[in-house]
Design a protein around this ligand. Structure first.
Ligand code: HEM
Length: 218
């Protein structure tokens, strides 16, 4: 095995453990009965927070690869996306089971009549479809449709952020920050903005001079 492959595997292991930290802290606080006056709300909020954070980090991987010109960030994208789904699944389970007591009538009324729940639900369904089709086998089977399907991750990000913006009543700082991050990531996808940033990064790291030429190393 090449040294670089070993580093990637160790990196994946560390990232896996890091992504489990919010869950461990949540379980720890639950067992210590330190979730505050409303434990169900705390579980709902913390799982939702980590789902949207990990989703935005997943969306940042492709711009990061383009900025640095290195392919390694892509090796971690699937794991980050799957953890975003994992926390969304936890969030949904807490809502279904602890918040709504598996009352399917209440749940369907919520999904149909409360727009922020509808958006969260749609975001969840998209993440579910992406998680199920995230394997190499599915990638092969779906061919070019796989790429088209996985573009929906941006819609999941947008719906997740709007879901958050919609439900807050007083302190808008966190959802507004996430919306700003989402918009910056989307702007990055626009070609001109991407090129300008790439050039600025190359200039900053000394890879090219102001005219776009690579400086000679004498
Ligand atoms: C499966 C469908 C979903 C349902 C039914 C749902 C429902 C909820 C509910 C009831 C709340 C708490 C509202 C309140 O306290 O007033 C909430 C909060 C939240 N949800 Fe969802 N949600 C869903 C999917 C998602 C997804 C997919 C994401 C992320 C991508 C997400 C991110 C959040 C965030 C960030 C919060 C706020 C956390 C905070 O206040 O700190 N939700 N959701």
């Amino acid at each position: 095995m090449r040294a670089v492959d070993k580093i990637i595997i160790i990196g994946k292991l560390l990232l896996f453990l890091l992504c489990l930290v919010p869950l461990m802290l949540l379980l720890w606080d639950a067992f210590q009965q330190q979730l505050g006056a409303n434990p169900v709300e705390a579980l709902l909020h913390r799982s939702g927070d980590w789902s949207i954070r990990l989703l935005l980090i997943t969306l940042a991987i492709s711009p990061l690869r383009k900025l640095t010109g290195r392919g390694w960030p892509l090796r971690y994208r699937r794991m980050l996306g799957l953890f975003a789904f994992f926390y969304a699944l936890l969030h949904f389970t807490v809502y279904l089971w602890l918040d709504r007591g598996l009352s399917w009538r209440e749940i369907s009324v919520d999904i149909i009549e409360r727009p922020y729940i509808t958006l969260g639900f749609v975001a969840f369904l998209i993440l579910l479809a992406l998680a199920v089709t995230s394997t190499r086998g599915m990638m092969r089977r779906l061919g070019k449709h796989w790429t088209a399907l996985h573009q929906w991750v941006y819609a999941a990000g947008l719906f997740g952020v709007i879901h958050f913006l919609w439900l807050v009543k007083t302190d808008y700082r966190e959802p507004v920050l996430y919306m700003a991050i989402f918009i910056i990531l989307m702007l990055f996808r626009a070609r001109s903005f991407k090129k300008r940033l790439q050039r600025a990064f190359a200039l900053y790291s000394g890879k090219v001079d102001r005219r776009g030429f690579t400086p000679s190393r004498s």
